[in-house]
Ligand binder design. Sequence first.
Ligand code: ZN
Length: 203
Amino acid sequence: MKIICIGRNYLNHVKELGNDLPDEPLFFLKPDTSIQPKGHPFFIPHFSEDIHYETELVVRINKTGKHIKERFAHKYYSQIGLGIDFTARDIQQECKQKGLPWEKAKGFDGSAQISKSFIEKSELTLDNIPFSLEKNGEQVQKGNSKNMLFNFDKIISYISQFYTMKIGDLIYTGTPEGVGKVYPGDILKGYIGEKEMFKVVIK
Ligand code: ZN
């Protein structure tokens, strides 16, 4: 399986990092080794002084396909989860400045936090999914799928022009504003609506 992440998919987050607005989805990959084993703490890696959380809705692909038309994209997923795209912001900044790929800053072990369970698409209104992140009991990120620049179907259609989508592939669909640094001892809890999707302890 592969993990595809969308960057710059929420206007206010694009602004907070001072980036340009994309005219097509920007994406990058994480290796499967980046998936944080369920229930494990997140260990801040030694090579970064500035690890950020980015809370994101995650689509799980359940059908193989390539060159998927936008109007058929809904047939390729049935569940939505929630995750954190942990990012070494200091390294990413360095990569951006040098025009280098981001994988060093984005694909390290444990960088893909994923919810214990996924929610059936039929239980959600896809263009109005509220989600949030609490850090030590305080809400630090609040997003809604209605604010995505590219919705799930557009993302799948676009990516599938380049990559074959396979069963089990995960797509992290971008973070809203409010990203920030984690410190040892922090407890992060992610929610879709009122439902707790994950809890992770930072070490
Ligand atoms: Zn992200």
